[in-house]
Ligand binder design. Structure first.
Ligand code: PEP
Length: 247
């Protein structure tokens, strides 16, 4: 199995003090790739210090290469300051900024052509799940990224049910594993050559208590962590859980 991938998504939280604390305290663990994704303004400072212990990423990237796009940051700029990953299609971006599947695809393609690795976020709302549509919804989100998935480059898909994000209610391991299988199947259908390379992560209220249970399942190849990544002890415990499961 490829190394497990543990990603910290600070969202719009953190400050220079947290950047410094992360630089000083984050330790590498065997068989785990760690990526820290702070707000864009802190990426350069954190990337200066990133080392064997972790790499850095952006929470979003422009769907354009350059030009008159006030407020946006391009994929090549992210690379320029030392980032190596970018999240695209996080549900908060889809909801608050009206990002469509088409925009998410354009962002992913920009990132890959600049040489960044990409995490494509997908996941259903509570309404979709309660209506019995979770699988078909997620399948269609994955299919919409087919052109990106067919490209060479490092790609992960984060399954993040919207009802589990920031709610304190994680999906059960069974729910996550079942959806990870659906995602793998869908990637195999649209991008057969890349299907085994794509790492499938779970995100949604992952914390120090539930991480080990999630990592018991080989289908859960990593986690995307929001709230708990702001707490250095919790985040370190999640990384250790990933490492312990791999050894
Ligand atoms: C996220 O931001 O992608 C996330 C999963 O958040 P949380 O861990 O806080 O649910």
């Amino acid at each position: 199995m490829a190394k497990r991938l543990v990603i910290a998504n600070w969202k719009m939280n953190g400050d220079l003090a947290l950047v410094r604390q992360t630089m000083e305290s984050l330790r590498a663990e065997a068989n785990v790739d760690v990526v820290v994704v702070p707000p864009a303004i802190y990426v350069a400072a954190l990337s200066d210090a990133s080392s064997a212990a972790f790499s850095t990423g952006l929470q979003n990237v422009s769907q354009f290469a350059a030009g008159a796009h006030t407020g946006d940051v391009s994929a090549s700029m992210a690379l320029d300051v030392g980032a190596s990953w970018v999240l695209v299609g996080h549900s908060e971006r889809r909801a608050e900024h009206g990002e469509s599947d088409g925009m998410v695809l354009a962002k992913g393609e920009q990132a890959l052509s600049a040489g960044l690795s990409v995490v494509i976020c997908v996941g259903e709302s509570l309404e979709e799940r309660e209506a019995g549509n979770a699988e078909s919804f997620v399948r269609s989100q994955v299919r919409a990224q087919a052109a990106c998935l067919r490209q060479a480059g490092a790609i992960a898909i984060a399954y993040e049910p919207i009802w589990a994000i920031g709610s304190g209610i994680s999906a059960s391991s069974e729910q996550a594993v079942a959806m990870h299988k659906v995602i793998r199947e869908t990637v195999r259908e649209v991008a057969p050559a890349q299907a085994d390379e794509v790492r499938i992560l779970y995100g949604g209220s992952v914390n120090a208590e539930n991480a080990a249970g999630l990592f018991e399942h080989p289908e859960i190849e990593g986690v995307l962590v929001g709230g708990a990544s702001l707490d250095k002890a919790q985040f370190a415990a999640i990384i250790r859980a990933a490492s312990a499961a791999a050894s």
